[in-house]
Design a protein around this ligand. Sequence first.
Ligand SMILES: O=C(O)C(=O)C[C@H](O)[C@H](O)CO
Ligand SMILES: [Mg+2]
Length: 402
Amino acid sequence: MKITAAKVIVTCPGRNFVTVKIETDEGVHGIGDATLNGRELAVASYLEDHLIPCLIGRDPRQSEDIWHYLYRGAYWRRGPVTMSAIAAIDTALWDIKAKLADMPLYQLLGGASRSGVMVYGHANGRDIEEACDEVARYREMGYHAIRAQCGIPGLDSTYGVSGDKLFYEPADADLPTENVWSTEHYLRHVPKLFEALRDRFGFEPHLLHDVHHRLTPIEAARLGKDLEPYRLFWLEDAVPAENQEAFRTIRQHTTTPLAVGEVFNSLWDCKTLIEEGLVDYIRATVVHAGGVTHLRRIADLAALNHVRTGCHGATDLSPVCMGAALHFDLWVPNFGIQEYMRHTEETDAVFPHAYTFENGYLYPGEAPGHGVDIDEDLAAKYPYQRAYLPVNRLRDGTIWHW
Ligand SMILES: O=C(O)C(=O)C[C@H](O)[C@H](O)CO
Ligand SMILES: [Mg+2]
């Protein structure tokens, strides 16, 4: 069996997505997500100019060998562009493998370890009251776990807060929007949000919060301590994580569970965090962390150290990534939770999929493969539009973490 063709499809049904489609001489095809928010065309070029020429004629069933051939063959290892490109090919090959077996992908991974995949949604409000009302809306939709963010008095904009609510999209302009940040204002306000949420909803719903890399370790330690009475499911990306050892400071001071890893692209980014038990949840997912093949390695190391998965699932991860991630989630023994930011109707139409939402859980479906396809004619109607994530500055103009 041979790979006969592979192509890259870039489409923008409201936001940009990059998809790889691999075709074989047996008529079976597979697709994989290669979207890297704000740097989409770099991955498209990496695939078209450098990886696809190496694929033609190879046996698509040898996904493990192809992974190492592309990873080691580049000589230049890791990095988000490389790993997203390899991930897309790997996802497409697992899709093909599962279609050949006439099985949903989760069966090839080892079968279902649970009946459904618990997801968390994003509730956000301009102030505490609006954020509480949004949490109520997610409760009505059946969610058992909800991430809560709210506007900070004194700041014009805050990460995670938008008028779009259900379809929040942070990549909002063709050059980066500039936000202003104040750690002092933020640290004073966030505990009040969670106090209000627990007062109104009690301790039954899981509550999560995303700091979006904005604190220093000692500030994060203080926030974690201040939030302890409200029993968060997790506190996410409390500090930038290039320096994994920095999490030791946070860990020494608080029992609030910590999550990290949506920007990670390999096991090496989280090796110390996992081996030293410095975090509780690892957020790497299929598209940015080398596909199903590499994500499995991360999850297995995590399992040894009581770290559970919490795959990234924002709107910039296409339905193709979501489909593959759900099969992974249904199987992975040390599953924690899956993020679920809904895609728009336009996006869902371009990517017909087998997964479904019901009562706070997603189900990957029983279609052979990962259950997601692309309508190429519809995709062609939405040409690429450059869109960037914002940047952040302190009030004196210093560039900060977004
Ligand atoms: O979903 C999250 O937790 C995020 O932090 C969303 C990110 O800002 C987004 O995926 C960046 O591309
Ligand atoms: Mg996040």
